[in-house]
Design a protein around this ligand. Structure first.
Ligand code: NDP
Length: 329
């Protein structure tokens, strides 16, 4: 009988998460029955969405939600033979028994020299988010100027690179000088540290005096209040995330964007990556090809040890990661 280690949400987060909100628990797993498989986690993802989703999708005492790359180590399901790797929505757990409904096989022609952890990053959910935000929501065109914040993270760094591949000018903001250097390495036209610039408005104006056609919004709050007035007429804003709001205990208020949106005839659309699930296979193959051709570069911030899941999660929320935050079991 296999024993799984799991991380429980002991109590709902109030403000920024803390160590005492999590508890490591052992769980005895039953033998996989007909149609079921036993998974062993290899890489786990820590993502910003876990913070707001914990409030709406979880009860205190639940295993933390999350995705992992896992190896099938026992199988009574011919679709998932022993040894194959899957991406599973299994939560923060080292072992899982599943009937296969919450797992997807890794792309069949996944190259040997590409770490499977990228299936949680650029060649996974965050990469798809970047792609769909640009193509489906912004409908970005060559020659346009894109603004992306949290730009050195999993989604932002891919969004900026894809926009460059499409012939756009890209401006990125991030929270450290190392991150800014990384954005320049990735080919961003302009990048700045939003924590140290004397004026965010001036930094955004200097980076693109003519304004922005598209804005890939990961941060929200005061950043967007400064950025929205700098959009060009008919600009499009893909509201992907609002990480500056996730730990608020009281909701932030205005300035409100209505007048800017009316006078500039802006389009602002929130989205969830799952909307275009039917395109995922084709999209992942496209991004894997870019990666293999050296057109899409993907850094990872890897934390070793399942025991360090909460630390990795909180570190990512604090901005410690360049690229995708991953935990290696
Ligand atoms: P990242 O890898 O970008 O990690 C989070 C980053 O957010 C940190 O590194 C930090 O970078 C930045 N950050 C944290 N707090 C603040 C703050 N108060 N103000 C500004 N920046 C902050 O995460 P992801 O790439 O996985 O996610 C990026 C965004 O995309 C998130 O908002 C997430 O919720 C959203 N998302 C939405 C999806 C959808 O379907 N709509 C799917 C996936 C992600 P820095 O040092 O630059 O501050």
């Amino acid at each position: 009988m296999v024993q799984a280690k799991t991380w429980i949400l002991k109590q709902h987060f109030e403000g920024f998460p803390k160590d005492t909100d999590f508890e490591l628990k052992l769980e005895q797993l039953s033998e996989p029955r007909d149609g079921e498989v036993l998974l062993e986690a290899v890489f786990l993802s820590v993502d910003p969405y876990m913070r707001p989703f914990s409030r709406v999708r979880m009860q205190a005492g639940d295993v933390m939600i999350g995705t992992q790359v896992a190896r099938v180590i026992q199988s009574n399901n011919p679709s998932f033979p022993v040894g194959c790797h899957v991406v599973g929505r299994c939560g923060w757990r080292t072992h899982t028994v599943t009937d296969g409904s919450n797992i997807t096989k890794i792309l069949v022609d996944w190259p040997q020299d590409v770490s499977l952890s990228h299936a949680l990053g650029a060649i996974g959910m965050p990469g798809l988010t970047a792609l769909y935000g640009l193509e489906e929501v912004c409908a970005i065109k060559p020659g346009e100027t894109l603004l992306v914040n949290a730009a050195a993270g999993a989604v932002g760094s891919v969004a900026g690179q894809i926009a460059k591949l499409k012939g756009c000018k890209v401006v990125g903001s991030a929270g450290s000088d190392d991150k800014v250097a990384y954005l320049k390495e990735l080919g961003f036209d302009q990048a700045f540290n939003y924590k140290t610039v004397p004026s965010l408005e001036e930094a955004l104006k200097n980076a693109s005096p003519e304004g922005y056609d598209c804005y890939f919004e990961n941060v929200g709050g005061p950043f967007s209040s400064v950025a929205i007035p700098l959009m060009k007429e008919f600009g499009r804003i893909a509201v992907c995330g609002g990480i500056s709001l996730y730990n608020d205990t009281t909701p932030q208020t205005g300035p409100y964007p209505h007048l800017q949106m009316i006078f500039k005839q802006l389009k602002m659309e929130g989205f969830l990556v799952g909307r275009w699930q039917h395109k995922n296979d084709e999209s992942l193959k496209r991004m894997l090809t870019w990666m293999q051709e050296g057109k899409l570069k993907c850094k990872e911030h890897v934390t070793a040890g399942f025991e360090n899941m909460p630390a990795a999660f909180m570190g990512m929320l604090r901005g410690e990661n360049i690229g995708k935050a991953i935990v290696k079991v």
